[in-house]
Ligand binder design. Structure first.
Ligand code: ADP
Ligand code: MG
Length: 431
């Protein structure tokens, strides 16, 4: 029998000490969810039992099982002398008990077959396909076995994990000893620095922060840019400011290349001691049956003598929207004497939306981006109306995506909250 010792935080100890056979844990990011899952798996596999136990650990993807449990947990915390392991299959068998562990992934239904496990762990259930619990559940119902289930996740709105969490809470409260429900914020986990929380407050919208770090079930509206609030980001003070201010030399232009419509969101920057800068969108272009060159002509006419800095759709580096053979959209902009600011890699859609929402209002209540409702009616309509469809994908059929995309390219480049230390390497062409 191994006597290997590891230390759990207080909330983790509460979870592992539960006598319930169905345990649902709702906890924030980096609470230590995967860690406590590993500990429970280890404990179940090594404790004295009448017969060997079989544990399934299910992650949303195979890569997550390998990364988060096989490498980051088992490699580090279970000494090799305790178990034999098959690398490729991510299978482990403990010498002392003959108990087995299988690491699986929810995105491959083949992975979820097999004969009755005694203990099933669903890690980060919110990212697992709908119905995964129902697919696995029958495998845990053979007679004469006391199956145990651990469903652990950060919340994601009112989804299937919410239903399971509320079921567990309700049954626990009604005195059913089989079910247990635990809820912890990231801070309660004790593994996260105050600095990281502070950073998250700055870079996330209030709802996103509440969901990810306070583990709260939030109504995520269908609106993609639900960080936009007309009374905050487009109040009458913005129009007054635009009227009073002298237009700076630098005119910032986010561009979405599209023939119908060709769109641009036009802004200037005001330096800010605390936030570095505020960006004011004071003009826009949304032209049907247009071209990249026509857009450049319009900008030159509207802003003579100004320094025009563009933030185009990064894919325009190679793409040719207009009919000029051999010239990319970037080439056309550069040949008009404008600057082009673009990252090497396109922005990830999710990051793009998060960055814009956090710039409109972060969890500290700070707003960095403002839009004139009178001068940018298309942009305001897009911020209010661009939504997710029933499948949870951005609904591009509405045509509301273009001008807010144009705005997003500008914001993501100038305020890259979420891209630091990642794929994001800004590059300025033409200077
Ligand atoms: N009991 C513990 N002892 C030491 N480190 C821990 C413990 N629990 C969690 N951690 C550390 O905290 C971090 C977050 O843990 P993890 O389980 O990955 O969180 P989650 O799955 O909730 O996002 C990891 O770096 C992990 O090493
Ligand atoms: Mg985890």
């Amino acid at each position: 029998m191994p006597t290997y010792k590891y230390q759990l935080s207080e909330p983790q100890s509460e979870i592992i000490s539960s006598h319930a056979s169905r345990i649902v844990v709702c906890a924030g990011r980096r609470f230590g969810k995967t860690w406590v899952s590993g500990s429970m798996m280890f404990e179940e596999s090594t404790k004295k039992a009448e017969r060997p136990k079989k544990t399934w650990f299910i992650s949303p993807t195979n890569a997550q099982s390998r990364e988060n449990m096989w490498r980051d947990w088992m490699d580090r915390y279970i000494p090799l002398q305790y178990y034999e392991r098959k690398e490729k299959e991510m299978y482990a068998k403990f010498y002392s008990t003959k108990s087995e562990v299988y690491l699986k992934s929810a995105d491959d239904p083949e992975h979820l077959r097999g004969s009755g496990p005694d203990f099933v762990i669903f890690d980060e259930y919110r990212d697992q396909p709908k119905g995964t619990y129902d697919i696995v559940y029958p495998a845990t119902t053979d007679k004469g076995k006391d199956h145990k289930l651990l469903i652990i996740s950060t919340p994601n709105g009112y989804d299937e994990f919410y239903d399971l969490a509320m079921k567990a809470k309700r049954l626990q409260e009604s005195g059913n000893k089989n079910w247990a429900y635990f809820h912890y914020t990231s801070i309660e986990g004790g593994n996260i620095e105050e600095e990281e929380i502070e950073q998250a407050r700055k870079t996330m919208s209030p709802k996103m922060f509440a969901q990810e770090y306070l583990a709260s079930f939030e109504t995520m509206t269908n609106r993609i840019y639900d960080g936009y609030t007309e009374s905050i980001n487009s109040n009458s003070k913005i129009d007054a400011l635009i009227r009073e201010v002298n237009l700076p030399h630098d005119i910032l232009v986010g561009i979405d290349f599209n023939v119908n419509p060709m769109t641009a969101a036009i802004a200037f920057s005001i330096p800010d001691a605390e936030l570095k800068e505020r960006i004011i969108f004071f003009d826009e272009i949304s032209e049907k049956n247009s071209s990249t060159q026509a857009l450049c002509d319009m900008l030159k006419k509207r802003f003579p003598g100004k320094n025009i800095i563009t933030y185009p759709d990064p894919t325009g580096k190679k793409r040719q929207t207009s009919s000029i053979v051999g010239k990319s959209d970037f080439d056309i902009i550069l040949s008009n004497g404008f600057k082009v600011c673009s990252p090497y890699a396109p922005y990830q859609t999710r990051d793009k939306f998060n960055t814009v929402n956090a710039s409109l209002m972060n969890a500290k209540g700070e707003s960095r981006v403002f839009i004139s409702a009178t001068r940018c009616p298309h942009l305001v309509k897009s911020l209010n109306g661009y939504s997710y469809n029933d499948k949870g994908e951005p609904d591009k059929t509405s045509g509301l995506d273009h001008i807010s995309d144009a705005m997003a390219y500008l914001i993501c480049y100038r305020m890259p909250f979420l891209h630091k230390n990642r794929i994001y390497i800004p590059k300025i062409l033409g200077i």
